[in-house]
Design a protein around this ligand. Sequence first.
Ligand code: NAD
Ligand code: AHE
Ligand code: ZN
Ligand code: ZN
Length: 374
Amino acid sequence: MSGNIIKSKAAVAWAAGQPLSIEEVDVMPPQKGEVRVRILASGVCHTDAFTLSGDDPEGIFPAILGHEGGGIVESIGEGVTSVAVGDHVIPLYTPECGECKFCKSGKTNLCQKIRETQGKGLMPDGTTRFSINGQPIYHYMGCSTFSEYTVLPEISLAKVNKKAPLEEVCLLGCGVTTGMGAVMNTAKVQEGDTVAIFGIGGIGLSAVIGATMAKASRIIAIDINESKFDLARQLGATDCINPKNYDKPIQEVIVELTDGGVDFSFECIGNVDVMRSALECCHKGWGESVIIGVAGAGQEISTRPFQLVTGRVWRGSAFGGVKGRTELPEYVERYLKGEFKLDHFITHTMGLEGINDAFDLMHEGKSIRTVIHF
Ligand code: NAD
Ligand code: AHE
Ligand code: ZN
Ligand code: ZN
């Protein structure tokens, strides 16, 4: 069943702000309720860079980052019944146990069953499955997909159709599901609604796709990097705006463009000043702004309470509000049916050795998604 220790090539983050280092890591066999997965591909998300930068209050080192992966079950631990060796799986940083208060509420996808240990870089039993020469290496977001082999709790795996190419559907492990889900699931954008999307990276472009699928009448894409605009237009953005080209706050520009403001806005950057603009460009009386971007330790959002008194709503979305085990396989089916494409997100592919280049490309604004192939 469970097998022995496996030697695995992994990119280890030894300390905040340092480049990742390719190491040979010992990966323990899966314990009770756990699964060892051979990762075939992993996208690089801005949240990986955020944690590596040292801004993440939960950042812990040394760790194996990566949370946007696709892989194949290599072995299973005692008691595992929902996946078998050879199954294709997408790791979930938002698990779904089906039995905690959060899962049972039907109101949220934020399963809390293992949240505490996951936030400390540990498996649910409080230990780690990774080590180098006996030194423990921490897990990351319960996934650690920058490793040939990783171990996850069974509740942190979505079993998906084997026909789906893992080097593309790995993007459903975070970015694409997050953006599409925030629009369709969290905000529930309807036909004819107007939408503003701040930050047109992997998440924002996925929100553009979601808004297009929802038949929004106007999709305003806002970014300071105009090289993103062509793809945004191809995916359905009706207007592309660079705030740097205006001498007044971008929220005023959008309110003027839309006869009083948009029905929905999405912040896909992690910048608290832009979060304020995103709220304040919403229509008085009903406009809703969804925060997706992750802001650093110590940062806070602000606005005049009058903005909320007069009917605007501020909310947030994690993993697009999607329940990973029950709903993510359906996203894969919709992709297989051709309802949306993933290849145009993949601007770069490379082996694990190139992982630091992937971070550089992201910081330089040159990539949408780099996918690491193992
Ligand atoms: P990305 O780097 O691909 O894209 C960010 C985009 O924002 C870039 O196009 C950049 O040019 C643009 N930008 C930066 N500053 C800007 C500004 N002041 N005004 C307008 N545009 C600006 O990043 P990503 O992978 O798409 O992630 C975006 C954010 O979403 C990050 O904060 C990430 O941590 C977060 N995230 C959240 C969730 C969630 O579940 N809530 C999931 C994934 C990612
Ligand atoms: N650890 C950070 C928060 C990071 C965060 O907000 N993570 C998002 C997913 S980002 C994926 O790219 C999330 O789902 N959060 C819900 C959760 O429970 O972590 C901090 O500020 O402490
Ligand atoms: Zn749960
Ligand atoms: Zn992510």
